[in-house]
Design a protein around this ligand. Structure first.
Ligand SMILES: [Mn+2]
Length: 441
């Protein structure tokens, strides 16, 4: 027999990739993992009568000729099949969008295309061969693309993801159903824990990283908490979240962590408790929690983080300044010469005392005061940014003020640089965010 498999803990992109592969290889059978993530399991249950799947138990004592593996290239993620079939007689062909984790399936032909969703790559092959899809299939595959690209917002998105989505729409994919399947919290208790968590968030600014910690007690273990944490993380803009769930019935604490920033690798932080996962998503379980103060221990662990960037590290320097004893005419001439709309005014010691811009010059001109000192026309109430301000502090200043240029001062009010909105956006653009695809989606 020939089979199509995906990875254990099958997500929606993996399901979509398998279904698309079946269109390309109709004489292959899809073997579903025994472990589906909750959203996948939900979709499968709605379509179970029209889709046909084998299960790992069906592989017992069967000999497999050829195998197609989708959405993973790692032998670690197909163990449940390999442990049953032992080996593949013929060819193993992989279609994946993840970079290698160092455990590529031995002997496999690996087709690696780095699209946001692996199913996009499969759909492009379907398009090349002009295969038509029915509405249900188009809907499920589109759902997979939405899931893996986080609604087309991840950095790794490509033109192919959009092309594939466009084709699926042309085949009658339903956005209404896709939206329904993508609703992350399906159970009432998940919604309830979502609210509980939101009410119990503690924000900590640790060396410029905004880390959010929550602690919730549960009477017993429940499934689907990771989805709850992800929803809380989606609405909060912190760099990382650590959600602790203390289960009173078995005296254990599970920590579910998510991060958006390379500087806060949650797997390394949770390694202190034997946790596992990736930079972006990790979890740990602490048995016999007893009198342990897990939140405090976590905060101590977080203190080891390297500091985030500050105003000082992203500002422009040196700054073109106007001496306080200049006249309005001199300021006007200088601003024209440097081509800036405004510049900070400094006293003889280099302390920032105001800002002088074209608008101030025009006011002086109107009042016929071009040859008087700038002191009366400059802005002396200036919004400035401290050199040690974090990215978050800076964002707040830009949010609350309309100015484009912000002087950066040290603790002694000495002018050390200038920060524009452009500098700030550039810093965000260049930020070392976690590559979604390096993680296992
Ligand atoms: Mn994927």
């Amino acid at each position: 027999m020939n089979i199509i498999v995906g990875h254990t803990n099958t997500d929606l992109d993996c399901l979509a990739s398998m279904l698309a592969a079946k269109q390309l290889y109709p004489d292959y059978e899809i073997v579903l993992s025994d472990i589906l993530n909750p959203l996948t399991s939900n979709v499968v249950s709605y379509y179970i009568t029209r889709l046909s799947f084998l299960h790992t138990t069906d592989l017992k004592d069967k000999s497999v000729d050829n195998m197609i593996v989708v959405d993973t290239r790692s032998s670690n993620r197909i163990k449940e099949y390999m442990s049953v079939i032992g080996h593949v007689n013929g060819k193993i062909t992989v279609f994946d969008h993840h970079p290698t984790d160092g455990f590529d399936i031995p002997g496999a032909e690996i087709n690696f295309v780095k699209n946001g969703a692996n199913s996009s790559t499969m759909v492009l092959k379907i398009m090349e061969r002009n295969i038509k899809l029915d509405e249900a299939l188009a809907t499920i595959i589109l759902t997979g693309i939405y899931a893996d690209t986080l609604n087309f917002t991840i950095d790794a998105i490509t033109e192919d993801d959009f092309k594939a989505a466009s084709y699926l729409i042309s085949q009658g994919a339903s956005m209404k159903l896709a939206r329904f399947f993508l609703q992350p919290l399906k159970n009432d208790y998940q919604i309830s824990y979502f609210h509980t968590m939101l009410n119990r968030l503690d924000f900590h600014n640790l060396k410029g990283h905004e880390v959010c910690i929550s602690y919730v007690e549960l009477p017993k273990r429940v499934n689907g908490l990771a989805a709850v944490v992800e929803q809380v993380f989606a609405v909060e803009k912190s760099d990382a979240i650590f959600a602790m769930f203390y289960c009173t019935s078995d005296d254990s604490t599970s920590i579910i962590a998510r991060s958006r920033k390379k500087a806060v690798p949650v797997n390394r932080i949770l390694a202190a408790w034997g946790g596992g996962g990736h930079e972006k998503a990790a979890s740990a379980t602490i048995k016999k929690t007893g009198s342990m103060n897990v939140p405090l221990m976590l905060k101590e662990e977080l203190q080891k983080l390297p500091p985030d960037r500050t105003a000082e590290s992203i500002m422009t320097t040196p700054v073109k300044t106007i001496p306080l004893d200049s006249t309005n005419a001199q300021a006007k001439e200088y601003l024209e010469a440097i081509g800036h709309t405004a510049a900070p005014v400094v006293d003889s010691e280099g302390k920032m005392v105001g800002m002088m811009g074209n608008k101030n010059v025009r006011n002086a001109e109107k009042a016929n005061c071009l040859n008087t000192p700038i002191r009366t026309y400059m802005n002396s109430k200036v919004v400035s940014i401290n050199a040690r301000s974090t990215m978050r502090d800076i964002e707040k200043v830009f949010l609350e003020n309309k100015y484009n240029h912000m002087p950066v001062i040290d603790d002694n009010s000495m002018l050390v640089g200038i920060l524009t909105r452009k500098d700030f956006l550039k810093a965000i653009y260049e930020e070392d965010q976690i590559d979604e695809l390096l993680q296992t989606r």
